[in-house]
Ligand binder design. Structure first.
Ligand code: NZQ
Ligand code: ZN
Length: 390
């Protein structure tokens, strides 16, 4: 096991009607004027935004709004938010939504006190030293942004999707999580979210770090729980227990606990980010296409942990033929993805003729000549994986 620091100070307030505590929480974390950020309108239609605003009013927190964040969020909305937040002198960011809304709010929170261009943080030109405080009202279990210090934004001009990771500065002070608000999710978003959280665990699970028994079992156990609850939630969208377990799994998957003491991989995420930058696909659905292809490539290049995943997560009987075990596990994973309505090829994702040359070029220009760690991937290897997915 590697040395590590695990610092996860977010206060999670989980359960029915918890959104009614939002105002009290903003006050507790010293907010007096909040910029509420939301997406394309689902929170208006569901009545959630009104309940949140009522709770702010009751706690005497002033508030203004910035709506219209789109999935795979882009930089113009961040600039708009920075300008609005400065003009209106807000001291707190309150995203009400999913990863796209939260990530936009995080970028605004870091951008408001910064003299330069917020995009500097995403290119690595600057590191945020400070940010406005931020609390989250989560509406979709998926990206795990409610418990992460990350933000992922696409530069609309040039379609560069880059991420910023500064847990010390950008981790939300609190996250309000009411599973009931996820009842209105379209099945596609529910399934994409499930795939994304599984991928967050798998990016951490596939490692060459030895002696990681506790985190191996944490990852495997959480994956098994997600698979079980996913099957229920897809059939019974109003099942509170299943929605609640899926919602908490999304946080456990990405708040860092599953990665403690181990080297992580993240090549599949980098590969998917190029797909969602270029084709604007739903992040989780893109991962449903890439991850099985990545696993298939790994069955040939570093089979050990892929076979362990097959045995322990997908109940494939152990055998000396590790590759056969691994491939059976991958087949079961794909069957599951189809069961919940996910694609597993570019074609099924609606991209008949992916420009693999361009994806590979963008990937290595944006992320470096070598990506991942379970097996380092060069241009040739990432091309092979995109081709397996095709
Ligand atoms: O915009 P509205 O109208 O709210 O609709 C949204 C959106 O269309 C809808 N939705 C959300 N909650 C709903 C709902 N519809 C009905 N009822 C509800 N309760 O779902 C759609 C997708 O929302 P989005 O925020 O895009 O989803 P998600 O949470 O999957 O976020 C995806 C983004 O997060 C990034 C992804 O790359 C992508 O840009 N990621 C962020 C990470 C992080 N910050 O740590 C890590 C991830 O790996 C990921 O890369
Ligand atoms: Zn993800």
């Amino acid at each position: 096991m590697n040395n590590f620091i695990f610092y996860s100070p977010t206060e999670f307030v989980f359960g029915k009607e918890t959104e009614l505590q939002t105002g009290t929480l903003v006050k507790k974390y010293r907010g007096s004027k909040a910029l509420i950020v939301y997406g394309g309108g689902s929170v208006i239609r569901s009545g959630l935004l009104d309940r949140v605003k009522k709770s702010l009013d009751e706690a005497h927190i002033a508030h203004i709004e910035l709506g219209g964040v789109q999935p795979n969020p882009t930089d113009p909305k961040v600039y708009e938010g920075i300008e609005l937040g400065r003009r209106e002198n807000v001291d707190f960011l309150l995203p009400v939504g999913g990863g796209s809304v939260i990530d936009t709010a995080k970028a605004i929170a870091a951008g408001i006190p910064y003299q330069g261009d917020f995009w500097d943080f995403f290119t690595g030109k600057a590191i945020p030293q400070t940010a406005l405080r931020l609390g989250v009202v989560l509406t979709i279990p998926a990206a795990g942004s409610e418990g992460s210090g990350n933000s992922v934004i696409t530069k609309a001009d040039g379609l560069k999707k880059l991420s910023l990771r500064t847990p010390e500065v950008l981790r939300p002070a609190f996250a309000v999580m009411n599973p009931e608000v996820t009842y209105t999710l379209p099945a596609w978003q529910t399934a994409s979210g499930i795939t994304d959280m599984m991928a967050h665990i798998m990016e951490r699970y596939f490692t060459n770090t030895p002696d990681t028994e506790v985190t191996d079992r944490l990852c495997e156990g959480t994956l098994k729980a997600i698979i079980k609850e996913a099957r229920t939630v897809i059939k019974e969208p109003y099942n509170y227990g299943a929605r609640a377990n899926i919602m908490w799994a999304g946080t456990v998957a990405h708040n860092g606990i599953c990665g403690t003491g181990r080297e992580e991989d993240w090549a599949s995420h980098f590969m998917e980010h190029e797909m969602s930058a270029l084709y604007d696909v739903t992040h989780g659905a893109g991962l449903a296409v890439i991850f099985p292809a990545w696993l298939t490539y790994m069955a040939d290049h570093n089979v050990g942990k892929i076979a362990q995943f097959a045995e322990r997560v997908w109940d494939v009987p152990a055998s000396a033929d590790l590759k056969a075990v691994a491939l059976e596990g991958i087949a079961r994973f794909k069957t599951f993805l189809h069961e919940i309505g996910m694609p597993t090829t570019f074609g099924e994702l609606g991209i008949e003729h992916p420009d693999i040359g361009l994806l590979v070029a963008h990937l290595h220009e944006n992320k470096g000549e070598q990506i991942g760690s379970y097996v380092r991937l060069d241009r040739q290897a990432s091309r092979e994986i995109y081709e397996i997915a095709n």
